[in-house]
Design a binder for this molecule. Structure first.
Ligand code: FAD
Ligand code: N01
Length: 545
């Protein structure tokens, strides 16, 4: 294999490689490993100073995964699996970052990664059948294949509140937390946002701050993580037959090996439902509670409402002040239609004397002022504002490379003006040799991302190797296949309750973003079968030249 850097020197200004990968998170690390093994030259371009992606940027207090770490791991190399032992059921951000660094070292991945290098534009060069990538640091890149592993939750969303620049105190974003940490002792702190990042960080910020004021627009469902060692029943299953355990995850609905639940809510008595719920609440497992209570919980409003009521009841028993408890109880979306959270002491934190909840549904934020935050009713003087306000999810990082220009001068933002159009969430018609890992239209954020990332990377790299071996140089989705995938996506979505929630899954969290349910809701296993069938039927829906 010709080293990527050597070919750069030989060919003048642009770095010449077979494949350019953007990103060095879970996806952008596995890609170079697989691509090298397939005999392709590769460079990965990463804006951050090191590997890790999500786990490089999100260093806020309490940051952890919410899929059990034994499941949220690479599975491509059995030796890697036994070379690393997780210390907890849900590992912390530093531990996951260490793991990704360990993987980078083990497979010597950093030598093909250019850090502190942002891809700013991408243009398909029709005459030469290559992509040209402009960067903000160092040589541009010329590649035959352009793969965006830019992450679904990597473009932080601006807070859209007037006056942030006027605030004289300190401002932090959970998704861009300082590497040296932040000392909040003795400070009056505001947290805006009660999604997963807010719900993980609020209990720890409350322990440090003199006073914490939480500004909540929409309450979210949160379940106790009951963190600790990996549960022995799951460990025995994994260690009993690792290959079978991993294969079951790949064929499951959410990328975690749980069986399909068959009993529906109305077949169970109140007592049986409550017993199932209590067992799930005690387990501290998001995927378990989302999939194992009763089969109609994700597709039927009544089946779902039963769970919502049981969770609200729990909130009422934990939070002592009835007004605060009521404000924390979600009523505006079905459980699971918005990403639920796993927490450690989240609700109990509101029993602390130094914590105040401000319900923005009753008193919206009017502005941020030099000294703090003003709502419709009051002003709060604070020293620090933490924005846990989320991401321009799924399309934000892709569209931030602007323009991405495909065949005939077509721009991706033009093609996506009415929402993302893709074939399989992997490719876009009119953009030859362009791939997205966990792009809109794939199960991605509705699954254990580690499983979905490996599936995408394996599928793409296997295709590139097969194309090369068969003498083809370009691959492109057809418009017909893309339209068909869009219809299939819509059909699957109709069966779910996602339409009943305003969430980042649908773009509703970003003002002006076109509303469309972006992830594929048909499940990880069925999706994998479809991708495999595309191949077995002669690359159905693709044009190869
Ligand atoms: P990322 O990890 O987001 O990496 C993308 C990289 O691309 C980033 O480093 C970014 O800097 C880089 N990049 C983007 N644009 C450019 C550009 N133009 N030029 C150069 N570089 C660029 N998923 C789960 O399944 N389970 C979990 O428990 C879980 N926990 C999470 C916790 C948090 C706090 C967050 C935010 C997300 C979590 N996720 C979880 C989702 C998580 O994003 C994925 O699991 C996974 O880490 C994504 O890996 P990735 O490589 O696809 O993207
Ligand atoms: O972002 P979010 P997040 N004024 O969009 C509020 C993964 N993740 O970073 O709901 C006032 O969920 C917004 O309110 P509303 C996981 O997939 C996982 O927390 O729009 N409030 C909401 O409360 C997760 O789902 C973990 O009304 C404003 C919050 O900010 C995804 O990443 C940990 C506002 C944003 O919540 C995103 O999570 C962290 C405004 N102008 C992240 N703008 C794990 O636990 C926004 N909000 C593994």
């Amino acid at each position: 294999m010709v080293a990527a850097r050597e070919s750069k020197a030989a060919s003048g200004s642009a770095q010449q490689v077979d494949v350019a990968v953007v990103g060095a998170g879970f996806a952008g690390l596995y890609l170079p490993h697989r691509l090298r093994k397939a005999g392709l030259t590769v460079v990965a371009l990463e804006e951050a100073g090191d590997v890790g992606g999500t786990w490089y940027w999100n260093r806020y207090p309490g940051a952890r995964c919410d899929i059990q770490t034994i499941d949220y791991s690479y599975t491509f190399d059995p030796e890697l699996e036994t070379a690393w032992t997780w210390s907890e059921k849900y590992a912390t951000q530093p531990e996951i970052l260490r793991y990704l660094g360990f993987v980078a070292d083990r497979y010597d991945l950093r030598r093909d990664i250019r850090f502190k290098t942002k891809v700013t534009e991408a243009t398909w060069d029709e005459a030469n059948g290559r992509w040209h990538l402009a960067t903000d640091n160092g040589a541009p890149v010329s590649c035959r294949y352009y793969i965006m592993a830019t992450g679904c939750l990597s473009a932080p969303k601006p807070p859209e509140i007037d006056g942030v620049k006027d605030f004289t105190g300190a401002v932090y974003f959970t998704g861009r937390w300082p590497h040296d940490g932040v000392n909040l002792a003795g400070k009056r702190v505001a947290v805006i946002g009660t999604g997963s990042s807010g719900i993980q960080s609020i209990p720890l910020i409350a322990q440090q701050a003199e006073h914490l004021t939480v500004f909540q627009r929409t309450p979210n469902f949160a379940l106790p993580a009951h963190n600790g060692p990996a549960p022995s029943d799951r460990m025995s299953l994994l260690q009993g037959d690792r290959a079978a355990y991993r294969e079951q995850a790949r064929r499951s609905m959410a990328g975690v090996p749980y069986p399909q639940q068959m009993a529906v809510s109305w077949q169970l008595s109140d007592a049986e439902r409550r017993a199932r719920f209590e067992e799930a609440w005690g387990k501290g497992d998001l995927v378990y509670i989302l999939t194992q209570l009763w089969a109609d919980q994700g597709v039927d409003v009544d089946g779902n409402a039963l769970i919502c009521e049981l969770i609200r009841e729990k909130i009422g028993t934990i939070v002592k002040d009835p007004e605060t408890a009521a404000a924390l109880m979600p009523h505006d979306h079905p459980f699971g239609a918005k990403r639920p959270c796993l927490d450690t002491n989240y609700y109990a934190t509101y029993n602390r004397p130094n914590v105040t909840l401000v319900n923005l549904r009753q008193e919206p934020v009017k502005a941020i002022t030099p000294s703090g935050i003003t709502t419709g009713k009051r002003s709060f003087d604070v020293d620090v504002i933490v924005f846990a306000t989320g991401f321009d999810a799924m399309t934000g990082a892709i569209r931030a490379v602007h323009p991405i220009t495909g065949r005939d001068g077509k721009s991706l933002s033009g093609v996506w003006a009415q929402g993302p159009q893709t074939y399989l969430g992997l490719t876009v018609a009119g953009f030859p040799n362009f791939f997205m890992i966990t792009g809109p239209g794939s199960p991605s954020v509705l699954s254990n991302m580690a499983v979905s990332i490996e599936q995408h990377v394996d599928w793409v790299v296997d295709r590139l190797a097969a194309l090369r071996d068969a003498g083809f140089t370009t691959i492109e989705a057809t418009e017909t296949a893309q339209a068909g995938w869009g219809r299939h996506m819509a059909d699957c979505a109709t069966l779910t309750l996602h339409r009943l929630a305003n969430t980042w899954y649908t773009g509703a969290n970003v003002p002006g973003k076109v509303r469309a349910l972006m992830p594929y809701t048909g499940g990880v296993g069925p999706y994998r079968s479809i991708c495999d069938e595309v191949v077995s039927r002669g690359m159905l829906g693709f044009k190869l030249t």
